[in-house]
Design a protein around this ligand. Structure first.
Ligand SMILES: O=C(O)CCC(=O)C(=O)O
Length: 280
């Protein structure tokens, strides 16, 4: 467990160095006890309302069968207002210290999603969220990390409720041929996987190249997490709509991470989730 890191301290401390090494070796890290459980409980209550609103606006979960990535795996893009735009979520000091070390101080964010595995969810195909920047023919060694997802679990993650399955080390696997990119399941079978079994209050940082999949939820409660993507400054991101009041309430560091997005009037944000073509 790491000790507190103040938001103004981006020094390459021993703790950060250890986390960076583990991230670079395995493709992900877990920071425990970042958030109070009561805070996560409040977020979970708000999220359950948000995703239920999203589902009912889209005809219910049954209407999304076959349209999302895996049976009863759904998600929406929370609007950047309270509580989703809270700086301790979008620019968490402990995550910021590690992200700065991994992506450079000028990293940015333009993508904010969430993943919910409903009771009875199926198993997703093994996938990457992004491919390596180069094919194996162009570059036959892995490149440094360029994009990272911050997952904030909104409940304890267990094997029963479908904690994400990950394949450590696969973030460094290159595709020697285009066909390699199409057979991640075959390639993954050669190494052991891990489950991200963490307590509510933890956060997970994962290289988007890492092989992973959402798993069946055999419990009776929704298993959900926030999924916020941070990238090196040169990577193109989506464009988020940030309500004026959110922008004005953010400290300078948070604004700098969200600098390439669009600030809009509060009144133009009428839905609790963002309506985009990529909503699942
Ligand atoms: O929900 C999860 O555990 C993983 C979700 C995921 O990887 C996806 O939907 O692409």
């Amino acid at each position: 467990m790491i000790t507190e890191i103040s938001s103004s301290n981006h020094s390459y401390s021993d703790e950060i160095e250890g986390l960076v090494r583990r991230f670079n070796d395995t493709g992900y890290i877990v920071l425990d006890d970042v958030f109070e459980r009561t805070y996560i409980d409040e977020l979970r209550t708000a999220y359950n309302l948000l995703i239920e609103t999203y589902l009912s606006d889209n005809g219910g979960i049954g209407a999304l069968d076959g349209k999302t990535f895996g049976l009863k795996h759904v998600g929406c893009h929370p609007a950047l207002s309270s509580p989703w735009a809270d700086s301790q979520i979008v620019c968490n000091p402990r995550a910021d210290a590690v992200l700065t070390a991994l992506l450079g101080v000028d990293y940015q964010c333009g993508y904010y999603h969430s993943n919910a595995a409903y009771p009875g969810s199926g198993v997703q195909g093994i996938h990457r969220d992004v491919k390596p920047l180069f094919t194996g023919e162009e570059l036959n060694v892995p490149h440094p990390v360029t994009s990272i997802v911050l997952n904030i679990p909104l409940c304890d993650f267990t094997e029963e409720n479908g904690s994400t399955e990950v394949w450590p080390g696969t973030h460094l696997w290159i595709d020697r041929s285009p066909a390699d990119g199409q057979r991640l399941d075959v390639r993954a079978a050669s190494i052991p996987s891990e489950r991200t079994n963490v307590k509510a209050g933890a956060l997970i940082l994962r290289d988007l190249r890492m092989f992973h999949r959402g798993m069946p939820n055999r419990s009776s409660e929704v298993r959900a997490m926030l999924s916020i993507v941070y990238v090196r400054s040169f990577r193109v991101t989506g464009v988020l709509e940030i309500p004026q009041s959110t922008w004005e309430g953010w400290p300078e560091r948070t604004r700098s991470i969200f600098r390439n997005n669009s600030i809009v009037s509060d009144s133009s944000v009428s839905s609790p989730y963002r309506i985009t073509k990529t909503s699942q």
